[in-house]
Design a protein around this ligand. Structure first.
Ligand SMILES: Nc1ncnc2c1ncn2[C@@H]1O[C@H](COP(=O)(O)OP(=O)(O)O)[C@@H](O)[C@H]1O
Ligand SMILES: Nc1ccn([C@@H]2O[C@H](COP(=O)(O)OP(=O)(O)O)[C@@H](O)[C@H]2O)c(=O)n1
Length: 690
């Protein structure tokens, strides 16, 4: 996840590849509970790993379900062996459900019907989330539930029910507060439908029907065929009994798929069509986790995308999307659409409208005004920043794209703590003017798709020159590594510590017993070509299975690095490895020749220096703090020797690039140096300050 203040997306050219979307939260927890209530073992694929599913799994384990493995492992199914519709007579537990409404409400209903001695607890915020309507409905049946804190709110105490006074009258539940109450009853009451039908009657207008639809579909897969009488009455037939389907796939969130459907519709495939991946030879985006058989309402976004020109093929749980041919789907066709059935996913259409051949109108979207933010106003403001003409009304938005390439503007998109604004505006990076797009507060995507931008970058490509590189070159201990890491962190960019590559080469060569000079130049260069080097997320350095982070940091290792780095064949052997770090969204590279040799076209080059005395002192403190003994005067002599060799060698000597900005950090703190580099970077951006 990107937790930076903003994320700059370079202009993107093409998109191609496969994305696996995270499982839907609401489906995950429903499936877990249904599997737990069933007879038999259910193998669940693609369960979402989130706070909500973790508390549900813990609770089910406490109730005696066998769950293997213990936690969600990516790519591995989880097996839940259910309780077969009943708990032991002495069942008792205190269940902690955090802030997971999708666990608290359905579990309360199921346990109240099953009976036992349970306390339902959670975090303080959970105790402010109403549950009274559900408790009232369950009490009609004879369930015993007491409030342990405030009336109408968790925590709750659940006892043994007394069904003796429960007659044929329907159970009534309010439908206008949260559809979760009805969902909870629908999942719990089949446990009591042994010898008679159970009827649930909705009082008031039922909101969020698509969610009830999901519940009914999942119940059907677990053997419960509920009769839906016009969304007002639901009949659970006598004799209903939970049966495990054996195996079940948790669908991905269909609204999350909309961004990748749109991506496929607006981006060309890769220029190289040699390994085209579908019958027509078109390159496209393949989306795994949701498809034709989806039980989610938002899957109908596919119809809207098709109407705009997207070429969509689908299978049970996959979609494949490509851009239409010129004149037949590209540019996209402007549409006029009632979006009531896909309120969330329709925001993506508003950004697709930027690529359309005329004015697009999205209607019946009044609910946008009361979501995470006033989404109609937000979309209008941000689309205008990009150069579109936008008209907004109480329940519609009308978008006319920028008139020509020259009318597009580079914009810093404000995201209003709204995950969907952030995700859909990332698609503006495909603008024909090839302008970058800044997304402010990118971490707001965490609500439904923490790794959205990582997934986006994994399927998007752009010309190498558009991926920005910030070079930080300079002599040893000038602070390059420290500053580069901080700048990369602030921008969400990749980091290349090129010195580490020379250090690793020096280490590998000296371990092999080679003298580090011309006599072994070719052998060392060959070693450098196939070193199994890996940098992990914690910036640890691995050579094969060995963590060599510490081993390469000694002064001796620095000296060895300086020796092998003077060998031209070694330098050329490491070029491709260094270039491979230039990936989306950008790179900060530290070394000696980043700006002069490896990335000569980098848009910002900094040459960082500090007096030799100051650098020797910094290195001394650094080594001592790592528990490595050191002596200042030896360090000073060593670094002067290293400077001399690095500056005098024939190939890629250490010197500032002609267009580098010089920064002497002798009198500056780390924070001041970082701020200076970031400020130079901001000055070069077309958006100005965030
Ligand atoms: N501007 C600065 N002021 C004070 N100390 C600094 C500054 N920049 C870096 N340092 C410290 O100097 C030491 C060497 O920095 P490092 O980033 O390893 O240098 P390099 O990569 O250039 O060899 C580190 O302990 C770092 O914290
Ligand atoms: N791009 C680079 C990076 C490092 N090097 C060499 O590798 C040695 C170790 O680099 P480093 O950046 O890890 O060293 P420090 O500056 O941290 O001491 C340097 O002294 C250079 O001789 C290089 O030649 N080219």
């Amino acid at each position: 996840m990107f937790t930076t203040e903003f994320l700059d997306l370079p202009a993107l050219d093409t998109a191609h590849g496969t994305v696996s979307l995270p499982g839907s939260k609401s489906i995950s927890n429903r499936v877990l509970l249904l599997a737990a209530l069933s007879q038999g073992t259910t193998v669940i694929h693609d369960l979402l790993d989130s706070d909500d599913t973790r508390v549900m799994l813990a609770a089910l384990r406490q109730l005696g379900c066998r769950i293997a493995p213990d936690a969600v492992v990516p790519g591995q199914a989880i097996e839940v062996t259910g309780i077969g519709g009943q708990l032991p007579a002495d069942a008792a537990a205190t269940l902690f459900l955090g802030n997971a409404g999708t666990a608290m409400r359905p579990l309360t209903a199921a346990l109240a019907v099953l009976g036992g001695s349970f306390e339902m607890t959670g975090v303080p915020r959970m105790y402010e989330r109403p549950i009274g309507d559900l408790v009232d409905a369950l009490r009609q049946l004879g369930c015993r539930i007491a409030y342990l804190g405030n009336e109408g709110f968790p925590p709750l105490k659940i006892g043994r029910p007394d069904f003796s006074r429960f007659g044929q009258a329907p159970i009534q539940v309010r439908g206008d507060v949260s559809s979760q109450f009805l969902t909870s009853l629908l999942m719990a009451l089949p446990l009591q439908a042994g010898s008679r039908d159970i009827v649930i009657e909705v009082v008031g207008e039922l909101i969020s029907r698509p969610y009830i639809h999901i519940t009914l579909e999942l119940l059907a897969r677990f053997g419960i065929a509920v009769k839906n009488e016009n969304w007002q009455r639901f009949v659970i037939p006598a004799g209903s009994r939970y049966r495990s389907p054996g195996e079940i796939h948790v669908e991905a969130d269909a609204s999350s798929a909309s961004y990748f459907i749109a991506l496929g519709a607006i981006a060309t495939g890769m220029a190289d069509t040699a390994d085209a991946d579908n019958a027509t030879g078109r390159k496209s985006i393949r989306i795994l986790g949701v498809g034709r058989d989806s039980i989610q309402g938002d899957i109908r976004f596919v119809e809207a995308a098709r109407a705009m020109g997207a070429q969509v093929e689908s299978g049970p749980n996959w979609l494949q999307v490509a851009r239409g041919e010129p004149g037949q789907g590209w540019p996209l066709k402007a549409i006029d659409l009632d979006c009531n059935h896909i309120p969330d996913a329709a925001m993506t259409l508003a950004v697709m409208a930027l690529y359309a051949d005329g004015t697009t109108t999205l209607r019946n979207i009044a609910s946008w005004r009361v979501k995470e933010t006033d989404r109609i106003a937000a979309m209008a403001i941000e689309l205008r920043k990009l150069g579109a003409t936008v008209e907004e009304g109480p329940d519609y938005i009308r978008i006319t794209p920028p008139a020509s390439r020259a009318d597009w503007k580079a914009a810093s998109i404000h995201t209003y703590d709204d995950h969907r604004v952030a995700m859909c505006f990332s698609l503006a990076a495909f603008n024909p003017a090839k302008l970058p797009v800044r997304i402010e507060d990118p971490k707001c995507v965490a609500k439904t798709f923490p790794d959205y931008f990582e997934a986006l970058f994994s399927v998007c490509q752009t010309e190498r020159e558009r991926i920005p590189v910030i070079c930080i070159d300079g002599p040893t201990a000038s602070g390059k590594g420290t500053i580069a890491a901080e700048v990369a962190r602030a921008l969400g960019y990749q980091l290349l510590d090129s010195g580490a590559l020379y250090r690793i080469t020096g280490l590998a060569a000296s371990r092999a017993g080679l003298a580090l000079d011309e006599s072994n130049e070719e052998t060392i260069a060959e070693m450098a070509l196939d070193m199994p080097v890996r940098f992990d997320a914690q910036q640890r350095v691995w050579l094969g299975d060995e963590d060599i982070s510490l081993a390469i940091r000694s002064e001796q290792a620095g000296m060895n690095a300086s020796r092998v780095s003077a060998l031209p064949a070694v330098r050329s052997a490491l070029v491709d490895l260094q270039l491979a770090f230039q990936t989306l969204p950008g790179l900060v590279a530290d070394g000696r020749d980043m700006g002069t040799v490896i990335f000569p076209h980098a848009p910002l080059k900094v040459y960082l220096s500090a007096s030799a005395q100051c650098r020797a002192e910094r290195r001394y403190k650094q080594l001592i703090s790592k528990g490595i003994s050191a002596n200042i005067s030896t360090l000073l002599a060593d670094l002067e020797a290293r400077d001399a060799r690095d500056m005098q060698r024939a190939t890629a000597p250490l010197k500032p690039a002609e267009d580098a900005l010089l920064l002497d950090s002798s009198e500056l703190t780390i924070e001041q140096v970082v701020a200076q580099v970031l400020s130079w970077w901001q000055e070069r951006q077309p958006f100005g300050r965030a």
